[in-house]
Each structure stands twice: as structure tokens, then as C-alpha cells.
Ligand binder design. Structure first.
Ligand SMILES: [Zn+2]
Length: 197
């Protein structure tokens, strides 16, 4: 059975600094995914999966359908380049200005594990053979709730920030996570884990 490698995208495949985020992120995503894949020793044994909260439409910064189309085309291009195998996106936000995207309890928005669970099932993967890489504790919580074996946190000044509305019952201090300083460090952590799994 292959191993599932779940990747957050904002702050992982490009820096989480500008409002544009995914709108300007394609080239960096392509370069960083290429680099990450070549740094993982047995990358052919991994299924590469993106799981992403995308809120530009919820915040009315882009018309919803335009944004849905853009995001789908973005990830499909990475699939066509064989840099990703599959992806899932949550467009909801608890305080969305766009009412059709306002949801306080959708199952998909990280830290909830819905996107991870559906991709595990769709790709016939086991949670114990899978891992997540994220730059926020909400990615790590989602991975924990989905039962993923390894949670890698790209540590930065905002890693532990999250909205009150995203709070879960889970005690954050009970989660075993592996910190990493950058994507090459992430590859080292994955290689060490992959050696035993
Ligand atoms: Zn959602």
C-alpha cells in the first residue's frame, strides 16, 4: 500500500504573506513540489495530496465560481505535471461575506478532518501509513483527528495562531508533532519516518 502525503499549500508551497496567495503561487508550488519529490528517497511509494482552505471567495475578493474554476485549474495543472495525485479544497469560512460559503461547521474546513478522510478513502490509503505537512497548528489538528501517523509542522511565528471559531475539543499539547524549519528539513523528517514505515 502506498503512503499518503498530505500537503497544506499556503505557507508550505509558497510563503503565506500576501493576500493573493494561490493567485500568485503556481511557479513556487511547481518548484517546491519538484524539489520535495526529488528529496524524498522513495517518492514513488507516496501519493501526493493537497488539502487547502481557500477563503478569497468567502471574503468576496473574487466571484465564487471564478475562484472555484481557478483553484480547480491550478491543482489540475499540478496533477497533469505529475507533481500532485489528488487534492481537496474547502471554500467555506465561519464569517464569510458570501452567504453561500458561510459555515461554522462544514466537515471540510481544517482543523476538521473531512478533506483528509475523503482523500484517504478515495485513494484507498490507510491513515497509519500517511502524514501531513502544514504551517499551522490547524493542519496538525486535522491530521491528528484523521489519525495520520506523522504530523510535520513547518514552524514559523504564526504556526500556533488560529481563529476561535476553529477551536476543537482536542488538547493541542497532546499531539505529537515533528517541527521542521523548511522544506528540505521536511524531506529529512519524511525520509526518517519512511525508513520505518
Ligand atoms: Zn468547508
Amino acid at each position: 500500500m502506498k503512503k499518503g502525503l498530505f500537503l497544506d499549500v499556503d505557507g508550505v508551497l509558497w510563503p503565506d504573506v500576501s493576500l493573493g496567495g494561490i493567485l500568485d503561487g503556481f511557479n513556487e508550488a511547481k518548484e517546491n513540489l519538484t524539489q520535495l519529490k526529488s528529496s524524498i528517497f522513495d517518492s514513488e511509494n507516496f501519493v501526493f495530496l493537497a488539502v487547502s482552505n481557500q477563503t478569497l471567495a468567502a471574503r468576496n475578493l473574487i466571484p465564487e465560481q471564478d475562484f472555484r474554476d481557478f483553484v480547480a485549474a491550478f491543482f489540475e495543472s499540478l496533477v497533469n505535471l505529475e507533481l500532485l495525485d489528488d487534492y481537496a479544497t474547502c471554500f467555506h469560512h465561519p464569517k464569510a461575506l458570501n452567504e453561500s460559503l458561510r459555515s461554522t461547521n462544514c466537515s471540510c474546513r481544517k482543523p476538521r478532518p473531512g478533506m483528509i478522510n475523503s482523500l484517504l478513502e478515495k485513494n484507498s490509503l490507510s491513515s497509519e501509513k500517511s502524514l501531513i505537512v502544514g504551517d499551522r497548528i490547524t493542519d496538525i489538528i486535522a491530521g491528528q483527528l484523521a489519525g495520520l501517523s506523522l504530523k510535520v509542522l513547518l514552524s514559523g511565528p504564526r504556526s500556533f495562531e488560529f481563529n476561535d471559531s476553529d477551536r476543537t475539543e482536542l488538547e493541542i499539547t497532546s499531539i505529537r508533532l515533528k517541527p521542521a524549519s523548511d522544506l528540505s528539513d521536511v524531506a529529512n523528517v519524511i525520509n526518517e519516518w519512511g525508513f520505518h514505515n
